[in-house]
Design a protein around this ligand. Structure first.
Ligand code: UDX
Length: 457
C-alpha cells in the first residue's frame, strides 16, 4: 500500500484516484475548487461516469480516499504524486502547460520525503524532461524527486472499467527506482505493463489517439465516396473488419469525432511536428476530413429543404458520444448554430447533456430561430418537420421507424450515427438520410399493387 496524491479531479485524475483507492492504496485527491471538494466529500461525483460514484462512496467510507484543497498536506507525505490536470489547447494548437507547471512547483516546495511525480496528463513529447528539471530547480528539501510518464487511455463513459481492466499500462521512466516503484503501485491491478523511456511513453499516447482519429477520418472519407458510387459504408466496414490487421473497432463512419482528446491531440501532434519542421501529412488529413465531416449532414439537409425557417427541428443527442454529459467538441455545437442562423425552431433532447448545453445556449428566442429543451424523444419528435440525430444514446437507438412516422409531421430524418437499417425506415415511409449509405426509396404505389395482386391470387 502506498500513499498517493492525485492533482486534478477531472476525468483522468478523479478516476485514477478512485481506482488506486479501490486497489488498496491510500489516496488524497487535490483540487483548487473548494466547492468540488465539498461535493466529492459528500459522495457525489462531479462528472457523469458509470460506476464512479459507487466506488467513490465505498472507498471514502473505507478511509482509502479523501479530497482536499490543501496540496501541501497531500504532497508532503506522498510516495507518488499523479498529475491529472488539464492541458487545454492554445489558439495555435499547442498544449497549455501552465497547470502542470503550477502543480510541479507546489510539489517541489512541499515534498518532505522521496517522491515520484507521475504525469498522467497528455503532454507534448519532452515535457516530462522539462518538468523534472523544473522540480529540481524549485526543490526545497533534501529528498529524491523524479518524474515518470504514465499516459491515460480511458475513454469517457467507460472510464472506470477502462482503468481497472486496461489493455496495457504504459510507464515511461529514466531510472530503475522510478520503474520499480510504478510497477509496484500498479501490481494490484494485474495488468500488462509496457516499460519504456519517458519520451516514448509521451509519444505512445499521441500516436495511439491520433491513429484512432485517423481511422475514423479514413472511414468518413470512404463513406463520402461510398455515397457517390452507390456503396454502403457499413457493409464496407464489416467486410474490412474480418482482416485482423485492420480490426473491427473504430470503423464507424458518422458525424466526425469530438470529445476532449482526439481534436486536441491531433492538433497538438501536428503542432509538435511543425515545430520540428516536419510535415505530418496523415494527421493533418485526419483533422481536415473531420472539420468537413462535422457539418456534412447539415449541408445535406439544407440542400434537401432549402430553408429551416419556421420548421420544427427535433435534435436527438447533444453530447459528443453516449455515456457522458461532456459536450467538448461535440458535433451538436457545430450544427445547432447553423440551424439557428437559418431560423430553425429547435426541440432538443439529451438524457444527460442538456444542462451543459443550456449553459452555452440558454432556452428562448434568438435573433433567428429558437431552442427549447425537452424531456423525452417523443416530445422532441412530436409534429417535427425534420429530425437530426447527433448522439447514439440507447433510447434513441431503440426508436422504431413507426414512431418517427407516427410522431413527426413530416418523417424526414438526418442521422449522423447510422443507427437504423435504411430499408426499414423506407418501408415505413420515413425519408432517411445517413452517412455513406444510400437513401432508400420504396415505391409505395408499386408496393400497394403487389399487395393487391398477392391477395387476389
Ligand atoms: C478517446 C480514446 O478512445 C481514449 O483511449 C483516450 O484516452 C481519450 O480519447 P473518448 O474521447 O472518451 O476517448 O471517446 P471515444 O469513444 O474514443 O470517441 C471519440 C469520438 O470518436 C466520439 O465523438 C465518437 O463518436 C467518435 N467515433 C468513435 C466515431 O465517430 N467512430 C468510431 O468508430 C468510434
Amino acid at each position: 500500500m502506498y500513499k498517493i496524491a492525485v492533482a486534478g479531479t477531472g476525468y483522468v485524475g478523479l478516476v485514477a484516484g478512485v481506482c488506486f483507492a479501490e486497489m488498496g492504496h491510500k489516496v488524497t485527491c487535490v483540487d483548487i475548487d473548494e466547492n468540488k471538494i465539498k461535493v466529492m466529500k459528500s459522495g457525489i461525483s462531479p462528472i457523469y461516469e458509470t460506476g464512479l460514484e459507487e466506488l467513490m462512496k465505498k472507498n471514502y467510507e473505507a478511509g482509502r480516499i479523501d479530497y482536499t484543497t490543501d496540496y501541501q498536506l497531500a504532497y508532503q507525505e506522498a510516495n507518488a504524486v499523479f498529475l491529472g490536470v488539464g492541458t487545454p489547447e492554445l489558439p495555435d494548437g499547442s498544449a497549455n502547460l501552465s497547470y502542470i507547471a503550477t502543480v510541479a512547483r507546489q510539489v517541489a516546495e512541499s515534498v518532505e520525503k522521496d517522491c515520484l511525480v507521475v504525469v498522467k496528463s497528455t503532454v507534448p513529447v519532452g515535457t516530462n524532461d522539462k518538468v523534472d528539471r523544473f522540480i529540481q530547480d524549485f526543490l526545497v528539501n533534501d529528498v529524491h524527486v523524479e518524474v515518470a510518464s504514465n499516459p491515460e487511455f480511458l475513454a469517457q463513459g467507460s472510464a472506470v472499467e477502462d482503468t481497472l481492466h486496461a489493455e496495457r499500462v504504459i510507464i515511461g521512466t529514466e531510472s530503475e527506482w522510478a520503474e520499480n516503484l510504478l510497477k509496484k503501485i500498479y501490481a494490484p491491478f494485474d495488468l500488462p505493463i509496457v516499460s519504456v523511456n519517458r519520451r516514448s511513453a509521451e509519444m505512445i499516447k499521441y500516436a495511439s489517439n491520433d491513429f484512432l482519429a485517423l481511422k475514423i477520418s479514413y472511414m468518413n472519407d470512404i463513406a463520402n465516396l461510398c455515397e457517390l458510387v452507390g456503396a454502403d459504408v457499413q457493409d464496407v466496414a464489416s467486410g474490412m473488419s474480418y482482416d485482423k490487421r485492420i480490426g473491427a473497432k473504430f470503423l464507424n463512419a458518422g458525424i466526425g469525432y469530438g470529445g476532449s482528446c482526439f481534436p486536441k491531440d491531433t492538433k497538438a501532434l501536428e503542432h509538435l511536428a511543425r515545430e520540428h519542421h516536419y510535415d505530418l501529412k496523415t494527421v493533418k488529413a485526419a483533422i481536415d476530413v473531420n472539420n468537413v465531416q462535422k457539418t456534412a449532414l447539415f449541408k445535406k439537409a439544407r440542400n434537401r429543404l432549402i430553408t429551416f425557417s419556421g420548421l420544427k427541428v427535433a435534435i436527438l443527442g447533444l453530447t459528443f458520444k453516449p455515456g457522458t454529459d461532456d459536450l467538448r467538441e461535440s458535433p451538436s455545437l457545430d450544427n445547432i448554430p447553423l440551424l439557428l442562423d437559418q431560423g430553425a425552431d429547435i426541440y432538443a433532447y439529451d438524457p444527460v447533456g442538456v444542462k451543459n448545453f443550456a449553459d452555452i445556449y440558454s432556452e428562448g428566442d434568438f435573433s433567428q430561430g429558437s431552442i427549447k429543451y425537452v424531456k423525452s424523444v417523443e416530445e422532441a419528435l412530436l409534429n417535427a418537420n425534420v429530425c437530426f440525430i447527433f448522439t447514439e444514446w440507447n433510447e434513441i437507438k431503440q426508436l422504431t421507424p413507426q414512431q418517427y412516422k407516427k410522431l413527426m409531421r413530416t418523417p424526414l430524418v438526418f442521422d449522423g450515427r447510422n443507427i437504423y437499417p435504411t430499408i426499414s425506415m423506407a418501408q415505413e415511409g420515413v425519408e432517411y438520410h445517413s452517412i455513406g449509405r444510400k437513401t432508400e426509396t420504396v415505391n409505395v404505389r408499386e408496393e400497394k399493387l403487389n399487395e393487391l395482386q398477392s391477395t387476389r391470387s
